[in-house]
Ligand binder design. Sequence first.
Ligand SMILES: Nc1nc2c(c(=O)[nH]1)N[C@H]1C(S)=C(S)[C@@H](COP(=O)(O)O)O[C@H]1N2
Ligand SMILES: [Mo]
Length: 203
Amino acid sequence: MSGSTRGFLGRRPPTGNPLLPPGQYDVGDGWPVLTAEPTPRIATDTWSITVDGEVEQPSAWNWDEAHALPDAEYRGAIHCVTTWSKFDTRFGGVSVDSLLDVAKPRPEGRFVMATSSTGYTTNLRMEDVTGGKAWIVWEFDGKPLTAEHGGPVRMLVPHLYFWKSAKWISKLTVRTEDRPGFWEQRGYHDQGDPWTQQRYQGD
Ligand SMILES: Nc1nc2c(c(=O)[nH]1)N[C@H]1C(S)=C(S)[C@@H](COP(=O)(O)O)O[C@H]1N2
Ligand SMILES: [Mo]
């Protein structure tokens, strides 16, 4: 996908912002809160993340164990399907690759369902959460991630529309088949690539 992005950038008119996907606007310094459910207050000493499903080694990490994994950072933009994009974000946590290295997905496990402790779910393809493209994050701009933005820990999949970035993440389930999550059952796209405007099923 980075290849097609480069090709796309090469064809952009010089006046447009080449980092803004089609149909998006730059929200600036703000950061809208979008949540379909009440914001939970989750203590770090009770938080954990589980990786289960089609894996050789179902695994779970508590707060300290997750922090003992190699630090990873994302710097860049995020894109919401409601058309705002936010540039120059900086998130800190760990790569999803670090969790999957331990859990070892089986070859037939080609999809991942992200589940939040609130019950929110969103489905992703394995290739969209591996290879340094997805994170489990607890810091924004060097500070603890606030509860309304998914703290203490959320998923971050910044190359896809932001509904794929489950707030209050608690579980990643590796699956052999793709099943729709919360918004996908309500008509949103199974993949959600902002560069090709995969907003709704059929896009
Ligand atoms: N658990 C949970 N995660 C969620 C949501 C939600 O309602 N519940 N909303 C999604 C949507 S539609 C978006 S755009 C982003 C919004 O994240 P933000 O509030 O930090 O901007 O979170 C996504 N993750
Ligand atoms: Mo959204």
